[in-house]
Design a protein around this ligand. Sequence first.
Ligand SMILES: *Cc1c(COP(=O)(O)O)cnc(C)c1O
Length: 229
Amino acid sequence: MTPETTTSLTRPLPSGLATVEQDIARACKEARRDRTTVQLIAVSKTFDGSAISPIIDAGQRVFGENRVQEAKAKWPALIAACPGIALHLIGPLQSNKAKEAVALFDAIHSVDRPSICEALAKEIRSQNKTPELFVQLNTGEEPQKAGVAPGEADAFIASCRDKYGLVISGLMCIPPVDEAPAPHFALTAKIAARNGLTKLSMGMSADFAIAIQFGATHIRVGSAIFGHR
Ligand SMILES: *Cc1c(COP(=O)(O)O)cnc(C)c1O
């Protein structure tokens, strides 16, 4: 019996979440990894509280948003109603939003330039918070995309630590839409390993199973859970 075959139309189960969980379990099994080594970030951008609540009710506790303002508008009420939720910022961060971002988010996946490092370091000190930080790589070296070029990654990661005193947990990447993602995941994993970083934020709705093969510890899945945006 699957949620799709249910005849109840009044309160549909979050079937997207169930399917994603099945696919994660299968990918972990194939990669001989324990399910607990992969954290599912449910990307709720553009969806409002009424779409998010059923996913919270189903037990999901980790969510991703790509805009600070949008997250600030909808999450405080949801968090107040359900303590224990972790929010991850997966989109670009402006220095002038660092204060709000550090106040609201438990993890930030888009550390990619000195001005952000400086703003985050200041807010982390003054708010006495310790969000988990990921350096975003631009593995496809796409001009329009945020992230550090692979050739500059080692020096940037070192400067995060040495110059700004930031604790970097891992790397994040978004492969180019028109390319096979595997080489981008492999490159991200390689750069992380040689820099002593253990967390890998990679894999979205279309490619999270492949990302799990390449060692993803955080997968960012939106449309497969919430539907089309
Ligand atoms: C929107 C978004 C996702 C989720 O994308 P889906 O294809 O809907 O799963 C993941 N990562 C980032 C950075 C995003 O902006």
